[in-house]
Design a protein around this ligand. Structure first.
Ligand code: NAD
Length: 355
């Protein structure tokens, strides 16, 4: 592995910690980009990387992303991320999770972990046997904050879509507004359900054809082929599947006025935000609109560290600030003729003292 400070994604990260435990086979990288606003918070990814340098890049890039997301979410948390380098079969043992928990504990709270790709709630429960610096744990009681962040992410995206519709189309409600939803998993299905209740017209696509058909029947929505969803004529395109869906080719084919969805890293490259702006398509920066989940994770963690249980209403009051933050980004973007993602990055950098 090359020195991390020579990596293109190294951005004055405060800490890059390599963890090796021979007994359990654990190999992990824990990166804290900034602790300016609080402990570096962000999930743990469990993934098989072809090369260790790919894992390092992921840890550097994702931890910086968390600095920006947490800052724009108004949370007293910095940005961090862990990646566990899984073997080809992605074998996960109790010993490996225990060793990872010990590594997090060893950092004394500089890094707070939660679920990410490849890590389930049960894995975080195992990690929590070894460290208190963990969140995303199961909850009892529907008024208590915690557990699966997906529904909170969906709620924030729904509010963000309504804000975008008001800003761009001047509409006060979703009646008849056509939203095309790409990906109807945990986040996308939640978004679709909120929108259906408000009378939006929905077109859905997912590679899981049975699941998408079931949801469409439930909501009275249309289904299109996964290959067709980005070209669908609609008012709002909501990407809630994979990252990097917006590139030169797909942006040229978009038939929407707004792009607002929860998928992380929707823009294949930074310049693609400008391409959307040039086409007059309003873009909701992904890490601003999809922060509902981290708001839940942070509320759960901060409340527990005060010896109490966080409340869902606390999370909702944070999520309900997402529309105003988006509005601020869009107004600045229009005033300066600069793409919204560039404005959001600058605002985040100012908040973490790195303007
Ligand atoms: P998920 O795995 O539950 O759902 C993703 C869905 O996308 C699946 O149903 C999958 O079949 C579908 N999909 C994959 N490729 C597709 C394609 N090419 N076309 C159409 N559908 C496709 O994941 P999720 O938790 O709903 O997360 C969705 C996105 O939101 C991810 O990018 C994730 O990083 C991001 N995100 C999630 C959260 C959260 O709280 N879960 C928070 C912030 C961001």
């Amino acid at each position: 592995m090359t020195a991390f400070w020579t990596e293109p994604d190294y951005d004055d990260h405060e800490m890059v910690h390599v963890v090796r435990d021979r007994a359990s086979g654990l190999m992990a990288i824990i990166a804290v980009h900034s602790s300016h606003l609080g402990p570096g918070a962000g999930g743990t990814r469990f993934w098989h990387y072809p090369e260790p340098k790919d894992a390092l890049r992921d840890a550097l890039r994702l931890s910086r992303g968390m600095s920006y997301k947490n800052a724009m979410a108004g949370l007293p948390m910095g940005g961090g991320k862990a990646v566990i380098l899984a073997d080809k079969t992605r074998t996960k043992t109790p010993e490996l999770l225990a060793a990872f928990g010990d590594a997090v504990e060893g950092l004394g709270g500089r890094y707070v972990t939660a679920e990410d790709v490849g890590i389930a709630e049960a894995d975080m429960v195992a990690v929590s046997q070894r460290t208190a610096h963990v969140s995303g744990l199961p909850v009892t009681g529907e008024d208590n904050a915690g557990g699966d962040p997906g529904p909170f992410t969906s709620y924030g995206i729904y509010l963000g879509i309504k804000a975008a519709v008001k800003h761009k189309l001047g509409a006060d409600n979703m009646d008849g507004v056509h939203v095309a939803v790409q990906g109807t998993g945990s986040v996308g299905a939640g978004v679709a359900r909120w929108l259906a209740k408000d009378g939006a017209q929905l077109t859905l696509a997912d590679i899981d054809r049975d699941a998408v058909k079931g949801l469409a029947d439930e909501l009275g929505a249309q289904v299109v082929d996964p290959d067709a969803i980005l070209r669908t004529e609609c008012d709002v395109l909501s990407p809630n599947a994979l990252g990097a869906v917006l590139n030169e080719e797909t942006i040229a084919q978009l038939n929407t006025q707004i792009v607002a969805g929860g998928a992380n890293n929707q823009l294949a490259r930074a310049g693609h935000g400008h391409a959307l702006f040039e086409r007059g398509i309003l873009y909701a920066p992904d890490y601003v609109i999809n922060a509902g989940g981290i708001m839940s994770v942070a509320t759960e963690y901060l409340a527990r560290s005060e010896g109490r249980i966080g409340r869902v209403e606390e999370v909702h009051s944070l999520i309900e600030k997402i529309p105003a933050r988006l509005e601020q980004v869009w107004r600045t973007s229009e005033a300066e003729a600069t793409a919204p993602d560039v404005v959001a990055d600058r605002m985040a950098q100012e908040l973490i003292g790195r303007a």
